[in-house]
Ligand binder design. Structure first.
Ligand SMILES: [Zn+2]
Length: 248
């Protein structure tokens, strides 16, 4: 028997509900937009969770953080709605503030316990050379939240009942084990990204489209579809004292 048979990789594509956790407005779309659109069209209940307010996301020295945050929240709401999310939750941590790990984890646990998703997704905190502190912290806090949310003894200050998540899907990963065919929803990813007008000028979107198009074709190579998004999908058992997870 193989270890992979003992600890199977959960089935992202057929999950009934998914909480999409992003450090900033636009990360879910960049990492998983076409997959989110596909799952929503298949009937999966999608919830968006944006952790920071995106308030430093501008190169204009005269832009006020509160104005940037307001615009980015509106853009995130539009993108989430377009991709089929039924709810968009905002935690409002300040952008780029090196958020405290336990505070982040507790905040995410509280949302998990209220929304009760089968799956969660977040950026892969184990991505080599990932130097953005919000991405490393939010990805790790999402995984920590998956471990703690079933335990009643882990207190958040909220009142929601404990809830166990079946799987976590890390996007923007260097160690993918799951490839979702997204030929039919590829354009939805870029339509959703186009709502982030404060972040992407048309020429930037064009460049992103070319880059991610090449990546998606590469992920689909040798398979019976043309475009794929890639994820490292794991169960809770993979997230603790498991020396095989890196190879799963
Ligand atoms: Zn980000």
């Amino acid at each position: 028997m193989d270890i992979k048979d003992l600890l199977p990789i959960p089935d992202l594509e057929n999950c009934a509900s998914l909480l999409c956790i992003q450090p900033h407005p636009d990360d879910n779309e960049i990492g998983a937009g076409a997959t989110i659109a596909k799952l929503a069209k298949n009937g999966c209940k999608i919830t968006y969770l944006t952790v920071t307010d995106g308030s430093i996301g501008s190169s204009d020295p005269n832009a006020k953080p509160e104005d940037i945050a307001r615009v980015r929240k509106q853009e995130a709401e539009k993108a989430a709605k377009y991709l089929g999310a039924s709810e968009a939750v905002f935690l409002g941590f300040p952008d780029g503030s090196y958020p405290n790990g336990k505070e982040l984890c507790k905040s995410i646990v509280e949302v998990i316990r209220r929304v009760r998703p089968e799956f969660i997704m977040a950026p892969d905190p184990f991505l080599p050379y990932e130097c953005h502190p919000d991405h490393r912290r939010v990805g790790m806090a999402a995984a920590e939240a998956m471990i703690f949310s079933p335990f009643a003894g882990f207190k958040t200050g909220g009142s929601a009942e404990p809830w166990g998540v079946t799987g976590i899907a890390f996007y923007s990963t260097a160690y993918p084990n799951t490839f979702i065919a997204v030929d039919d929803t590829w354009d939805d990813k870029f339509k959703a990204l186009s709502f982030h007008e404060s972040q992407f000028a048309p020429d930037t979107l064009e460049l992103l489209s070319m880059y991610f198009g090449l990546k998606a074709a590469g992920y689909a190579e040798g398979k019976d579809f043309g475009m794929a998004e890639a994820f490292k999908v794991l169960s809770g058992d993979h997230l603790h004292m498991n020396v095989d997870t890196i190879n799963m």
